[in-house]
Design a protein around this ligand. Structure first.
Ligand SMILES: *Cc1c(COP(=O)(O)O)cnc(C)c1O
Length: 376
């Protein structure tokens, strides 16, 4: 059986966890957390990166830092993970769903402006499959209406848009280090802060509303309660686990890219025969091979393909029931404009096995079985 995902593991994880334990600092913000934060800052160019307990929590922090209030509207795609919406729903905001582009499955940047109202506070582009949204246009629209931008870059660690790292262009960027992502600490994430004037507020929010971060830097001699806050910092043991992977990020990305390219090249004939569609990476976008998907003709064909591959020992999955058609989405959000692509395109999409260490003969086997399916 070729599984859909195998969590990344480099072999150094246990050594680093042992080091964290032996350093007698296993709570938050120990040496491994610092190394991870610094690595993210150096590799993305963001003013500040803070490791968090999840991407969900990083997005919740962004919503709190932006002072999102009940009744505020936040523009996002419906084709995304629930956390994109929940982070804002928890503050009483209304997610306003805008249709996606069929080529990248990302927010259609040309439809955002029509969804802006007097209540709109932010735009949340989701970089699906680690392929960037059209950020120039999104930032222009945000600038025109004075809106904040929070990038859901959960899948976009080590991806770029016109040379800029995903997660660094909006006011805030959110990374995920969940075990299904390219780099993992089990559960975890990071908040990227573009403007240094917001760093102190973020540190306070993350550290239970205290100025403990300042205290550790020796900037105050006692730490105390200074604002609202929660506990969004992970244990240094988790950061140690992540460090083993960030250290080898280039190796992990290159390995995934090899599988991605193998899929693409070998499936190209089927695309040329117009039997399937393959992912599109627009010019100026450099992706991280987070995901490989293909699109079948319709829902029926996709179901048949998934069943066929499962019988042949290949586990494939589909993604996201669009949020606007989910139970919570129906009552908590609304769709602005027409759903031309969100439902139709999401029903056709199948994700193929993709992980660090996937073997060449495995990608070839998957392709062979897909070709067999389409020959029948
Ligand atoms: C994985 C994912 C999340 C959530 O990440 P967690 O770290 O599990 O909270 C949010 N948004 C998108 C688009 C994701 O893929």
């Amino acid at each position: 059986m070729i599984g859909f995902n195998v969590a990344p593991f480099t072999g150094k994880e246990f050594d680093y966890i042992r080091e964290a334990v032996e350093a007698e600092h296993i709570c938050g913000d120990g040496m491994f957390t610092k190394r991870c934060n610094q690595w993210i800052e150096e590799h993305t160019g963001t003013a500040k990166a803070l490791l968090t307990t999840s991407c969900t929590h990083a997005t919740e922090m962004a919503a709190l830092l932006l002072d999102i209030h009940p009744g505020d509207e936040v523009i996002m795609p419906s084709y995304t993970f629930v956390s994109t919406a929940n982070a804002f729903v928890l503050r009483g905001a209304v997610p306003v769903f805008v249709d996606i582009r069929p080529d990248t499955m990302n927010l259609d940047e040309t439809l955002i402006e029509a969804a802006v109202t007097a209540r709109t506070k932010a735009i949340v582009p989701v970089h699906y499959a680690g392929v960037s949204c059209e950020m120039d246009k999104i930032l222009e629209t945000a600038g025109k209406y004075g809106l904040a931008v929070v990038e859901d870059a959960a899948q976009g660690v080590c991806s770029f848009y016109k040379g800029k790292a995903l997660g660094t262009m909006g006011d805030y960027g959110c990374f995920s280090f969940h075990e299904t992502k390219n780099f993992s600490m089990g559960e975890g994430g990071a908040l990227l802060i573009r403007d240094s004037e917001h760093v102190e507020d973020a540190e306070i929010l993350r550290e239970k509303g205290t100025n403990r971060s300042k205290f550790f830097r020796g900037q105050v001699d006692k730490y105390s309660w200074v604002n609202q806050g929660s506990s969004y910092l992970p244990s240094d043991m988790n950061a140690a686990y992540l460090w083993a992977q960030l250290e080898l990020a280039d190796v992990i990305t290159a390995d995934r890219m090899k599988s991605w390219n193998a899929y693409y090249e070998q499936l190209l004939p089927l695309k040329e025969q117009e039997r399937i569609e393959l992912p599109c990476v627009p010019e100026g976008c450099e992706h991280n091979a987070h995901m490989f998907y293909l699109k079948a003709r319709d829902l029926e064909e996709r179901t048949a393909l998934i069943t066929y591959l499962k019988r042949e020992g290949v586990q494939t999955v589909f993604h996201y029931v669009p949020l606007h058609s989910s139970q919570a989405g129906e009552s908590l959000g609304r769709f602005a404009g027409e759903d031309r692509c969100t439902t139709k395109e999401s029903e056709r999409l199948v994700r193929l096995p993709m992980y660090y260490g996937l073997k060449e003969e495995e990608t070839s086997y998957v392709v062979e079985k897909i070709k067999e399916f389409y020959e029948k």
